[in-house]
Design a protein. Structure first.
Length: 92
């Protein structure tokens, strides 16, 4: 079984209010084959480290737009989202 340290992942954090309480969620990407193992590992640590739910959504895909040229070209994200919207592709 892989340990958390051996997974390659991309991490994002979001802060928001739920029922007036500030909360944070952390989302990251692992290889699909490691999803269940990651969930099981994190669930074992949930009580000790004080977080709640560990959720895995196998129905979504990570899409990245990558390129050095984007630094000098504002509006890349807007064009990307417009293209997806034009094809009625939902973004979570």
């Amino acid at each position: 079984m892989a340990t958390l340290e051996t997974w390659f992942f991309t991490l994002t954090q979001r802060c928001h209010k739920i029922d007036g309480i500030l909360t944070r969620d952390i989302a990251f990407t692992v290889a699909q084959i490691d999803a269940e193992s990651a969930k099981n590992t994190l669930e074992k640590s949930a009580v000790e480290l004080g977080w709640g739910e560990v959720a895995v959504d196998k129905q979504i895909a990570k899409v990245s737009v990558v390129g050095f040229g984007m630094v000098a070209h504002p509006g890349v994200a807007a064009k990307m989202f417009e293209a997806l919207s034009g094809r009625q592709i939902n973004i979570q």
